[in-house]
Design a protein around this ligand. Sequence first.
Ligand SMILES: [Zn+2]
Length: 254
Amino acid sequence: MTAPIDVAPGVLVLTSRTMCTTSTVVHDGKRALLVDPAWHADELEGIADLLTARDLRVELGWATHAHHDHLLWHPRFGPAPRLATPSAAATARAQLTEIRTALAPTLPAELRALAGQVQELDGAQLPWSGPVAEVVVHHGHSPGHGALWLPEVRVLLAGDMLSETEIPLCAETGIDAYVRGLERLAPYVARAQVLVPGHGSPAYADNQDSPMARLAADRTYLDALAAGTGEQDPRLRDAPDWLLAEHEANAASR
Ligand SMILES: [Zn+2]
């Protein structure tokens, strides 16, 4: 896991050694909101160590969507409620066995047993006493994908969208839902100082690789897919086999 980066005041991002999976800590110096903590046991311990070192108490957990790498937890994070959107929570409940099985190669039984324990939040704002976090729900990539918008610092925690390393992964909910999901996120992307994807690096508004550049890249890929191409996307150059397979699945379903 990489050293934590303070991407904005009160927003810490750590990156796993597997698939550049990001974990985000939103805090006010005392209370913490833990978003998608991931992935390996030592990395989850590292997040717990960071929370201890910074004297942060986890008040709430948030899972952006019901994929196994976004539903993890560690006993040292404590008993805080863990929430997801209603569709994501229902999916996690329905697929709990598959989620925990997918984690079997990487996590011990004690941590697998904590995976997927999320309750539904049917609301537009997270119920906690720290910085305001608005829920932006759509069905691109996964049902009830819940991005978080932090208006005070203009940070968008995008979940598995808008990555500089992964093309749009549309297989589960379809290309049309993905396009609608991107458009749901677009006004927040336009205002974002920082965009944190679920896999990849944070994008900053004053960099060339900005939140808007990420949005443009995904729109270009999806437009090319509709036109029957898309292979030219730079993210597919030297890509791992699983990502090439995702592109082929996208192309086959258009
Ligand atoms: Zn995902």
